[in-house]
Write a protein that binds this ligand. Structure first.
Ligand code: PLP
Length: 370
């Protein structure tokens, strides 16, 4: 089946006796045993599994063309499960511009447990040189947040294979609609389903997808069900609901983003536009080879100071000044001030999460603010 059909049907297992078309939310934390002591419904206790979570995991595993998926209460909890599944003392190679929440997780919570080097993943010889005896994982994030840098997934995965290192790819920005890292050699994919999958800025979630059922995947399952950072049945229902329109929403986001990128690129107040769909983007060719479209996220720098950038953001009326991304409504964010003092993000940079409003209204809004 094609992605639109999978998105609508795969996460909808309705077996209720009242023939509901949409799978109901199963709030029960516990499930009845049969007389033989087995569990005929396939579930025991909701921390271990729940019908709504199983449906979410099934649809996302299919969308990413993986074998299995494990859902978590947030994107960071999903990332954390991968780190927890590694042996203590393992070395991780992570992108130098890793999503700052995961970067801080590694630096603050896993300090002393895991070794991490933050490396420029667009430099493949540097990645190769950074692999050590205890390197167990390379973490990719592409396109990256907020500079929209693009990592060559196949290139990094072939180095990793050679060195016997796992690769996990944060696919939050691209979504499986535009990029399938498991088909490019990654072992695991991670999402903040808070973003495009949920799609409406009203539910937090994270998910991991595996290419194969390996012992490492079993450890991740153990971390999920024993640590218990699992999403509620309602959260799972909301994300499954969002996923039904994901392919259509992504096309709309990408189309609006393409138009805005061209508009900003031609605007005299704009210094540089960071959008992998622009042919002048440094990594456009790599992006075009591994993505079927370029998504709805972009950043741009403004001629002038931090104050000028913040002032422009505050003048926008349709774009709301807020963090996060991937919702139907457009957001703008002064990223450096969110990321803190050790950020490499330019202070005159604004990040846009381009929503699904009419393109003419979005461009008019940017025009009046600039
Ligand atoms: C938001 C985000 C995360 C973290 O997800 P949460 O759901 O906020 O925990 C990880 N990676 C990327 C690229 C993100 O945008």
């Amino acid at each position: 089946m094609k992605i639109e059909t999978i998105a609508i049907h795969e996460g909808n297992k309705s077996d209720s006796s009242d023939k509901a078309v949409i799978q109901p939310i199963t709030l029960s934390t516990t499930f009845e045993r049969g007389r033989d002591g087995n569990y005929p419904g396939g579930h025991i206790y909701t921390r271990a599994s729940n019908p709504n979570r199983t449906s979410l995991e099934n649809v996302v595993a299919k969308l990413e063309q993986g074998t299995d998926a494990a859902a978590f209460s947030s994107g960071n909890a999903a990332g954390s499960a991968v780190f927890q599944a590694l042996e203590p003392g393992s070395h991780i190679i992570a992108p130098e511009d890793m999503y700052h929440g995961l970067r801080n997780l590694l630096k603050q919570v896993y300090a002393g447990v895991l070794e991490v080097d933050f490396v420029d993943l667009t430099n493949q010889s540097l990645v190769r040189e950074s692999v050590k005896e205890n390197t167990k994982l390379i973490w990719i994030e592409t396109p990256s947040n907020p500079l929209l840098r693009v990592t060559d997934i196949s290139g990094i995965c072939s180095i990793a294979k050679e060195m016997n290192v796992l690769v996990c790819c944060d696919n939050t920005f691209a979504t499986p609609v535009f990029q399938l890292p498991l088909n490019l050699g990654a072992d695991l994919v991670m999402h903040s389903s808070t973003k495009y999958m949920g799609g409406h800025s009203d539910v937090l979630g994270g998910i991991l997808i595996t290419k194969e059922l390996t012992p490492f995947w079993s450890k991740i399952r153990d971390v999920q069900t024993l640590s218990g950072a699992v999403p509620s049945p309602f959260d799972c229902y909301m994300i499954v609901r969002g996923i039904k329109t994901l392919p259509y929403r992504m096309r709309g986001h990408a189309e609006n983003a393409r138009r805005i990128a061209s508009f900003l690129d031609a605007h005299p107040s704009v210094d540089k536009v960071y959008y992998p769909g622009l042919v002048q983007h440094e990594m456009h060719e790599v992006a075009a080879s591994q993505m079927s479209d370029f998504g709805g996220m972009m950043s741009f720098t403004i001629h002038g100071s931090e104050e000028k950038a913040r002032d422009t953001a505050s003048k926008l009326k349709i774009f709301t000044q807020a963090t996060s991304l991937g919702g139907v409504e457009s957001l703008v964010e002064h990223r450096a001030s969110v990321e803190g003092p050790d950020t490499k993000t330019p202070v005159n940079l604004l990040r846009l999460s381009v929503g699904l409003e009419h393109i003419d209204d979005l461009i008019a809004d940017l025009d009046q603010a600039l």
